[in-house]
Each structure stands twice: as C-alpha cells, then as structure tokens.
Design a protein around this ligand. Structure first.
Ligand SMILES: [Fe+2]
Ligand SMILES: [Fe+2]
Length: 458
C-alpha cells in the first residue's frame, strides 16, 4: 500500500530521508529558503494538504504540515495535483521538466532560481520515493543489446548509387546537402579581423576575460563536435543511408571550419596561447568531456536505434540545439548591440546558419527513429531531461565567475532562451511519435522551423 502523501507522518519521514542523504546535502549546500509544498486538488474537510520544510544548507531543520502562516511567509510555495506528485515519486516525471511545463506551479519564488537546484530537487523526490518502497522506479528502457545490427564494417555488399534506387534528391538530408553546398561555403581565413584587433586593444581586462571565457567554451565545443560526429556517420553509413551520409560529410566539414574559425580569432585577435581549459567548469566537463564522447563513442560498438537516440539527443538537441544556439544567439546579439568585433560577428553569423542545418538533421534523424519505433520515446525524453541540468549549469558557471558581467549580458536572457529551445525541440520530437516514417518526411517538409528563409530552401 503506498503511504498517504502530504501527511504529518509522511513529511517527518521525508525530512529524515533528506537529512540522511549525502547527495542532498551536497546538491542543496547553498539553498537557504523554507518551502511549502501544496497538494492542490485535495478536497478534504481541512482544505488542501500542504507541508512545510525549513531547508537550510543541505539539511531540513524542520518539517510539518504547513499552516496558513507558513504558507504566507514561505519564500517558495510549489503546488500540484496529487497525480503530478505521484508521477514525480514514481520517477515518471522529472522535477525540472514538471517545473518547466508548469505541472508544478511555483506560486511564490523564482522559477529561474529553482532551475539551478535541479539536482537537489531530484534528490528530494528520490528521498520522498524512498519513504514508500511501493513507489518503484520505472525501467529506463536502456536494454542490453543481444545482436549486432548493421553497422560499420557490417554493411551488405553493393552500392546504392549504382542500383535503380539512385539518390532521392527530395529527401530532407539531400535538401540539406544541396543547401550546405550553396550557402555553407565560406572560408574562415577570408574574414577580415583588422577592426577586431583595434576593438580588442580598446577593451578593458574584464571585458577581454569574459570574451576569452565565452570563446573557450565555443572553441572546445566545436572541436568536440568535429571529433565526435564520426561514429554517427559510420552508424548511418552502415545502414546504407547514402543521402544522410552525403549530408553528414558537409556537417563534419563545417564543424572543422568552426573549430578553425575560433582558433584563428584566438591567435590573431586575442593573441592568447594560454590554457583556456581553465574556463571549463564542472558542468561543462560533464557535457563535453564525458556525456558527448561517451554517447557518440558508444555507436562504434552499438549502432542500435537506442544508442543513436542517445547520441543524437546529446549532440544535436543539447550541445547544438540548446547550448550552441543559445550561446551563439546571445554572443552575436551582444556583439551587434555593442558594435564590436565585426569579423568575429560575421563568422558567428555564418556559423549559426550552418548550425541550423545540423539541428535540422538531428530533428530529422530522431523523428525518423521515433516514427519507426515509438517505443524509443521514454528513453529519449529521459535522456534529454537528464542533460538539461548540466546544460543550464554551464550557463550558471559562466555568470557565477563574475560579479558584474560586462557588455550587458544577462543570465536570464541565456536561461530563458536555452529553456525555450529545449522545450521547442522536445515538443517537436514528441509529435514525431504519432507519425509513420513517410509522414515524418512530409511533416518535416512543412516545418516552419526547418523551412526558414535562407535555411532549407532558396
Ligand atoms: Fe559547429
Ligand atoms: Fe554543429
């Protein structure tokens, strides 16, 4: 029998679980605000059940059914119907996602501040779930591979382009491929950095430091994606998807140019040869030193759809679709607003166009995989959710490094944009579950995001 939630006994046990959790102690080390949680649709004689937790630097100093006074005074009040709380406790719903989708309603307090405590929230939910052993976690869907599907070196003999099949020029990958040849041809060495050098010399130390910091994130990010795309190309090639393989050839080439471009800026404008990995914080390292190489490298041995989903979610949806899009958008807007570094701005503008094709391919690939097997959705959604926290952590790390960030950069602009991109991608993919593989192509063809002027057509 599941324990009745939001009772006095339950909240006391919750507090005990929290205080026994080393993970919670670390994740909530800087949290110092009491919270009232409200079970919203409880129509009992005493009104909605609500509990008060006095959470202070990784421990729970007091826990009780909340009074109206507690509720009025609490800096944070978070409410949801019982069904949502149950979903959280069984692990079917991630607290951060629940927050972003407003399944958890923040009636008092800052949603943005809550997003930086996602790990603490997750541990709070885990602690509450431990109260009730009946609330088991669901299977993560990452089942073991029992037989190797087609992959690198396991292709059937023969060639598509000498078969009657030929090439499907109307397919989305081929349209991206043609597009890349038409508008993706630019040479990082042609960009004029003359005024950038003048601008750089006029900047103060803090401004240069922040620009170096941002550039170090972009530089390593581009090198990382240039390196890590290769196993995906091999997996796709192993399935004899020639149109996709042709497009991916442009993709790799573009990542190589992006890598070259930022290094040219560092060499010729910033004149910096120091070890810039000093700017790579813990969250950055989780994404770029661990998650991305692991997800992509796994394809070499395991090119199954499940592994492709994890790879493409990490690479296209999080690294490109959330982080790079946010970073380049904010960077470009900042340079434009301050009329600074026109060469850097020109390069970032060109690179953004390339990235939009990369993300379009990622949406296509994941949609195709989902349309073929909708059962991939839970694993996809979970993987995406698990990466949101380190992705947002990278933004927090950047802003935490400075008391005042120059150029009018605001953390909320970054976070808002990143969350919007994340949610847009997730919603887009959720739709693909309902479609057949043929419908995916038709659906993508009409997708306004993929058909922006100057992107796919034209
Ligand atoms: Fe790139
Ligand atoms: Fe890219």
């Amino acid at each position: 029998m599941p324990e009745e939630i939001f009772t006095g006994r339950w909240v006391a046990r919750w507090a005990a679980e929290l205080n026994a959790s080393e993970r919670y102690r670390q994740a909530a080390a800087s949290w110092e605000w009491p919270v009232v949680f409200v079970l919203d649709d409880d129509s009992g004689p005493t009104g909605p059940r609500q509990v008060f937790l006095d959470l202070w630097h990784g421990s729970c100093r007091a826990a009780r059914p909340a009074s109206e006074a507690d509720r009025a005074a609490a800096p944070y009040v978070i409410a949801a119907p019982e069904a949502v709380w149950r979903e959280l406790l069984t692990g079917d719903l991630d607290p951060l996602i629940a927050l972003l989708h407003r399944k958890l309603e923040v009636r008092q307090g800052s949603v943005l501040k809550l997003t930086r405590y996602a790990a603490a929230a997750r541990e709070m939910v885990a602690a509450a779930a431990r109260i009730d052993s009946a609330a088991g976690a669901s299977d993560d869907g990452a089942g073991s591979v029992t037989s190797l599907p087609p992959g690198p070196g396991r292709r059937a003999p023969g060639f598509v382009t000498t078969s009657p099949e030929g090439l499907d020029h109307e397919s989305l990958p081929m349209r991206l491929y043609h597009k890349a040849k038409r508008i993706g041809i630019w040479n990082p060495q042609d960009i004029d950095f003359a005024r950038d050098i003048e601008d750089w010399n006029r900047l103060d130390d803090l401004e240069r430091e922040v620009l170096l910091h941002l550039t170090s994130l972009f530089q390593a990010g581009e090198e990382s994606v240039a390196q890590e795309i290769v196993p995906l190309i091999a997996a796709i090639s192993g399935e004899r998807r020639v149109e996709e393989e042709l497009y991916l050839a442009t993709f790799l080439w573009e990542e190589a140019k992006h890598t070259e471009f930022f290094r040219r800026f560092l060499d010729e404008v910033a004149g910096d040869a120091s070890d810039l990995s000093r700017f790579h914080g813990a969250s950055y390292r989780v994404v770029f030193y661990e998650q991305l190489p692991v997800a992509m490298g796994a394809l070499l041995e395991d090119p199954t759809p499940e592994a492709q989903v994890r790879a493409s979610v990490t690479y296209n949806m999080i690294v490109e679709g959330t982080l790079a899009e946010t970073g380049y958008h904010a960077y470009y807007a900042m340079l434009e607003r301050n009329d600074l570094l026109p060469g850097l701005r020109e390069g970032v503008g060109l690179l953004k166009r390339d990235e939009s094709r990369h993300i379009a391919y990622g949406v296509f690939l994941l949609s195709r995989l989902l349309a073929t097997d909708p059962g991939l959705w839970p694993g996809l959604e979970r993987h995406m959710q698990s990466l949101l926290e380190p992705a947002l952590g990278i933004i927090h790390e950047l802003f935490d490094a400075y008391e005042v960030v120059p150029f009018g950069l605001e953390i909320d602009d970054f976070l808002d944009y990143a969350l919007a991109q994340f949610q847009k991608r997730l919603a887009r993919l959720e739709r693909a579950r309902e479609l057949t593989p043929d419908q995916v192509m038709a659906d993508l063809s009409g997708d306004p995001e993929l058909e922006q002027p100057g992107q796919l057509s034209g």
